[in-house]
Design a protein around this ligand. Structure first.
Ligand SMILES: [Zn+2]
Length: 300
């Protein structure tokens, strides 16, 4: 990719901004539980989706970090992101096992990436999920909107049981933003948790736009966490603002909120997510927990 001197300067500024954030907090760096790495042609399709997001969601979504994989990894490391994930997800049957194979290879060659896996309600799902856990998967991703499946699908029952028992977290896109799905929203997730109360569910995007309902689930279930991905940013506040009345609950659940960003598929610089957390005014202890300590405790 051709980058002029302006591009370099832009990138250096971006990096300095991120590093200053965690240095001021006295952290060794940050942990980002929600970043996307996936096979190149799948990622291209995701980018094509965001390129067409204007008409789909009513907003432009210019991707800030549309670089080759090596460059994206170098950027994250230059930001001081100590650990990250390779969130990937199928939109149909017959895809997840192949994605898991790719992700296992990725984690093997990228040791700072937490080995990530995924699934879909289909025949054999319990077999390949068990396989992934045995192969060392540290975190799973479930995307109810793109996958268009019900978390309560009977085919997934053994999967939730297995993950709850193994204590392996699942980052789930279950909120109805930026686009709703047939099975998104707090109601089906609440039913899932009533059967699997110890499931280490990480609600992606703070559950937007159903922030209050998902925070209530986290209050009710001690193993439920939320990731900050895109929440509180100018971009998100414009169309699904976080309710001011729920601010107190953010403080109460400070040990259950994890930094996530959606890098590289974000329409603003990486540091903006960090500043968006900072301006909530919940204090430095809260920021240290969210940006490093909670994930460090969860993943060891
Ligand atoms: Zn994401």
């Amino acid at each position: 990719m051709d980058r002029g001197r302006d591009g370099d300067r832009h990138r250096d500024g971006d990096r300095d901004d991120v590093v200053r954030f965690w240095e001021r907090l006295g952290l060794p760096g940050i942990i980002d539980v929600h970043t996307h790495f996936m096979p190149e042609r799948v990622l291209r399709k995701v980018w094509a989706y965001f390129d067409s997001a204007g008409p789909l969601t009513g907003m432009e979504w210019p991707i800030a970090y549309r670089h080759d994989e090596d460059e994206r990894l170098a950027l994250l490391r230059s930001f001081g992101v100590l650990r990250f994930t390779s969130m990937l997800y199928p939109h149909k049957a017959g895809m997840a096992a192949w994605l898991n194979e790719w992700a296992a290879g990725f984690a093997a060659r990228v040791p700072d990436c937490l080995h990530t896996a995924t699934f879909f309600p289909e025949e054999g799902v319990d077999r390949y999920v068990r396989q992934a856990v045995e192969n060392g998967a540290r975190v799973f991703k479930s995307h109810l909107q793109v996958g268009a499946y019900d978390a309560n699908d009977p085919l997934l029952e053994p999967v939730w049981g297995l993950l709850a028992e193994a204590g392996v977290p699942v980052v789930m896109h279950c909120g109805s933003g930026p686009a709703p799905g047939k099975y998104t929203g707090p109601e089906p997730v609440g039913r899932l948790l009533s059967r699997h109360p110890r499931l280490r569910l990480v609600v992606a995007h703070m559950g937007m736009p159903e922030y209050a309902e998902f925070l209530a689930l986290a209050s009710a279930y001690p193993e439920v966490r939320l990731d900050t991905t895109m929440a509180f940013t100018d971009f998100t506040e414009e169309f699904t603002p976080f309710p001011v009345a729920e601010r107190g609950r953010l403080a109460d659940l400070g040990d259950r909120i994890l930094l996530g960003t959606d890098f590289p598929n974000i329409p603003y610089p990486y540091a903006h997510q960090l500043h968006a957390l900072e301006r909530l005014g919940l204090g430095d202890d809260w920021l240290r927990a969210v940006c490093h300590e909670n994930a460090s405790a969860l993943f060891g």
